[in-house]
Design a protein around this ligand. Structure first.
Ligand code: HAM
Length: 415
């Protein structure tokens, strides 16, 4: 037997309806905020992520699925959605379209990480990217969109953590202070962080090594170094969220694991799914479009991990109704009856009723067993008497009651 690759999963019909619910809710919510769908390729030239996500990030350093294609080009499966959207925005000249451009996507992402609950090598994101506005209200709106989506799918008890990591100007000041502090503790840093210190000290704040975590606990906080403009922006975001009734906690340790962020960063974190509790992460990225060769265009967005949403719903006992269940299953008892079942099914399907009938030539008992297995709501038995009288005997599979229904009244009865 050949198994799926480590860190990937089949999504079987017993679960796929849950995915459809999450995806439909994502689309509806994004639409309410004026966002339109964008679909970018599953793979990009590696450079998109080197420049977009950043060469000193864990994603680029350790986790990308990168390979040379047959033409010798370096190709990478997308580890996240933002950089590809930014590339498409630049390449298609969308800065000349109506701004802000509001995009959403639902996509597979690929990261070579050590798989564990809530962490896969192929996972799925619902994300939004709003490009073109530097105003604080779009930050608040982006966060509100994420919150609305989480509420609509049924997630409760989730904490929104918020921080500002400033702009390039204030980051330079902060970097100096951080580097100086970390230099004092150089020997205690892990070898990777010792290397990071010269290249990108901010990444050390993300390190999962316990010694590094101990050191960074007392490191200078970026929020104390942000310039007046960034500080005013952040105050406005907080005020707008408060007015919108969105509760949040300021967490100066949130720096996010990608290099493109500026100013507002945020995460929605749950206590109910173990170590991988971050369900949604996002923030502003005012330099990304120009880093990818476009005209200076600010942006903000977030992405939600769909697997983590489903885990959270399951762990908190939330159920999703399966709207794809067969409403009526016909159990014909002979060849002529089978033809009638075929005809009735066709007519009901044309009227939007989910209908099916036996395709295996099974006896009546086995047909009921099958109907039960697929969760059919009604079983409509057609024997020779029924056929002669133009009726079916309909059994309600939930309460066991039986009703004789004329052929042409079936639609109303089932609906
Ligand atoms: P991220 O924090 O790397 O941000 O990922 C966003 C979400 O994707 C996470 O909160 C998590 O739910 C899910 N996720 C990440 N890695 C995995 C994994 N290995 N297995 C399962 N789920 C995972 C980004 O990707 C940014 N592009 C978000 C963004 C959009 N920022 C601005 N716009």
């Amino acid at each position: 037997m050949i198994n799926v690759p480590k860190g990937t999963k089949d999504i079987l019909p017993k679960d796929s309806y849950k995915w459809q619910f999450i995806e439909n809710t994502a689309r509806q919510t994004a639409k309410l905020f004026g966002a339109q769908e964008i679909r970018t390729p599953t793979f990009e030239h590696t450079e998109v992520f080197l420049r977009g996500v950043g060469e000193t990030t864990d994603i680029v350093n350790k986790e990308m699925y990168t390979f040379l294609d047959k033409g010798g080009r370096s190709i990478t499966l997308k580890p996240e959605g933002t950089a590809g959207v930014a590339r498409a925005f630049v390449e298609n000249g969308l800065n000349n379209s109506a701004l802000p451009a509001k995009f959403y996507y639902i996509t597979s992402c690929f990261r070579y990480e050590r798989p564990q609950a809530g962490r896969l090598r192929e996972f799925h994101q619902f994300g939004v990217e709003f490009l073109g506005s530097k105003e604080a209200d779009i930050d608040a709106e982006t966060i509100l969109l994420a919150k609305t989506f989480l509420e609509k799918v049924g997630i409760e008890n989730i904490t929104l953590y918020l921080n500002s990591i400033g702009c390039i100007t204030c980051r330079a000041e902060y970097s100096k202070a951080l580097t100086s502090y970390l230099n004092e503790n150089y020997d205690k840093l892990c070898p990777l962080c010792q290397d990071r210190l010269a290249k990108n000290p901010l990444r050390i704040l993300d390190c999962k090594n316990d010694d590094c975590k101990d050191i960074t606990k007392n490191a200078p906080k970026i929020i104390d170094y942000i310039c007046d403009d960034c500080s005013n922006h952040f105050e406005k975001v907080k005020k707008l969220l408060t007015v919108a009734g969105v509760e949040f906690k300021i967490n100066p340790n949130i720096v996010r694991g990608l290099d493109y962020y500026t100013r507002t960063v945020f995460e929605f974190v749950s206590e109910n799914i173990g170590a991988q509790g971050t369900v949604c992460g996002g923030g502003r990225y005012d330099g990304l479009i120009s880093d990818l060769g476009g005209t200076d265009t600010p942006g903000i967005g977030f992405a939600v991990g769909i697997e983590r949403i489903l885990m959270l719903l399951e762990n908190t006992g939330k159920t999703i109704e399966n709207p794809n269940t067969v409403q009526v299953y016909f159990a014909p008892m002979g060849e002529k009856e089978n033809e009638k079942a075929f005809e009735l099914c066709t007519s009901l399907r044309a009227n939007g009723v989910i209908a099916d009938f036996d395709h295996m030539g099974r006896g009546i008992k086995a047909q009921f067993k099958y109907a039960d297995k697929i969760g059919a709501k009604y079983v409509a038995v057609i024997g020779s008497n029924e056929l002669d009288n133009g009726v079916v005997k309909v059994k309600n599979m939930t309460d066991g009651s039986e009703t004789e229904v004329e052929f042409d009244k079936l639609k109303e009865f089932i609906k």
